[in-house]
Ligand binder design. Structure first.
Ligand code: NAD
Ligand code: WQD
Length: 352
């Protein structure tokens, strides 16, 4: 694909993916409302590329994916330029499980209506290639075994319901025109870490309940201690086990997915993007302390409602289909994440 629309490209995973696409010489147009990001991430991407000879063109459009007129304007402009948008990577959406419990309407509106809007514009301008940010959150209760794409889908919160609804919608779309649609739903596990330069990272504007940003806040002194949510889970040390994946490996997974769609026949495919390795909360804390030489005080608290003990990907389908391997380990994730936080204590609003 030569020109890709990146919805939500100013965000955490989107910004890393934009950088890699541009490094490959692919032109991109980013649409982002900045509801959970900063346009400074886009400036950082441009700065990181300043010494690159072969690089794609980057355009940024401030806008909401629910704004049909805006999306059509973008598609129309690029169409008339003679180099139309021929693929979409759709990151834009709201992503907090906890927030979705109290704001289900916002989640259905942004995630589902927003996606319908994106697809409408794609249809109108004959663009039928899409990579969608799905989530491991849509799997049902999991035992202590790695999750396959064919395992039970049974989301337990509104956020997960929207991801499942979108996957179903995309599947229906494929069935309506099997000769043309190329659709990949990438089910991410737990992305953490940051760009190795420390220039790009996670800088949420909205409430964030994930563990890694909290570890960083404890390391920087913004929080006194971490709360470890549950010490009696049926896992090796009693704390929750997750499949943390370096955000750069995840971004590379998108490049691989785009290549895969381009080279293969029209299809609808769902792929787990994880490392296949489980790390407990205590393992994560220990590794972070060791590689960064910083103490992470913690206290045990009771389990968080809706949590599961073990969530690790069987990533064999992604490894067999994509030219991709997530080779960065948990140490790399802790080193790069801390470099980002240390250099940017206030995220993208830090003095640069
Ligand atoms: P993020 O919040 O950093 O990025 C999402 C971007 O979308 C933000 O820049 C935000 O401003 C933008 N956005 C939100 N609503 C919008 C709207 N209506 N119109 C235009 N832009 C809008 O999140 P992320 O971690 O980069 O996640 C990207 C995608 O991956 C999301 O769809 C998320 O659900 C999914 N995902 C994330 C994780 C994770 O743990 N980070 C795990 C699984 C799936
Ligand atoms: C990880 C582990 C917690 C916070 C969520 C979404 C998932 C995906 C990634 C979007 C668990 C423990 C946490 C804390 C802790 N996002 N924990 N103290 O819940 O696996 O996944 O984010 O799609 O869909 O569900 O990630 O980072 O919140 O938790 O001990 O303060 O850390 O109990 O074991 P989770 P997380």
């Amino acid at each position: 694909m030569k020109k890709i629309l990146i919805t939500g490209g100013a965000g955490y995973i989107g910004s890393h993916t934009c950088l890699l696409l541009l490094e490959k010489g692919i032109d991109i147009v980013v649409i982002d409302s900045l509801v959970n990001s900063s346009q400074n991430s886009i400036k950082r991407i441009s700065n990181l590329l300043s010494n690159h000879k072969k690089k794609g063109k980057l355009k940024f459009e401030l806008g909401d994916i629910r704004d049909n007129k805006k999306l059509n304007q973008i598609f129309n402009f690029e169409y008339n330029s003679g180099k139309p948008i021929d693929g979409v990577i759709h990151f834009a959406g709201l992503k907090s499980v906890v927030e979705s419990l109290s704001l289900p309407l916002s989640y259905w509106d942004v995630n589902v209506n927003g996606t319908i809007n994106v697809i409408r514009s794609m249809q109108q301008f004959g663009c039928k290639n899409i990579v969608f940010s799905s989530s491991a959150t849509l799997y049902g209760i999991v035992e202590s075994k790695k999750i396959k794409e064919t395992d039970l889908i049974n989301p337990t919160n509104p956020y997960g319901n929207t991801k499942y609804a979108i996957e179903k919608l995309l599947n229906d779309l494929y069935n309506s025109d099997k000769k043309n649609w190329k659709i990949a739903c990438l089910r991410y596990f737990n992305p953490i870490g940051a760009h190795t330069t420390g220039e790009l990272g996670e800088a949420p504007q909205l409430n964030c309940n994930n563990i890694f940003p909290k570890v960083l806040n404890v390391a920087s002194g913004e929080m006194n201690h971490l709360e470890v949510l549950g010490k009696d889970w049926p896992t090796k040390d009693g704390t929750g086990v997750r499949d943390y994946i370096h955000v750069l490996d995840l971004a590379e997974g998108h490049i691989a997915a785009i290549d895969y769609l381009q080279k293969n026949k029209p299809q609808f495919i769902c792929l787990n993007l994880g490392t296949g390795k489980g790390t407990s909360v205590l393992d994560l804390i220990e590794t972070f302390k060791k590689v960064n030489n910083i103490d992470i005080p913690f206290i045990f608290k009771s389990r968080r409602s809706g949590d599961v003990p073990y969530m690790v990907a069987d990533n064999s389908l992604a490894l067999s289909k994509l030219d991709w391997y997530p080779f960065r380990n948990i140490k790399d994730m802790c080193i790069d994440g801390w470099k980002w936080k240390k250099n940017n204590p206030n995220g993208y609003e830090s003095i640069y």
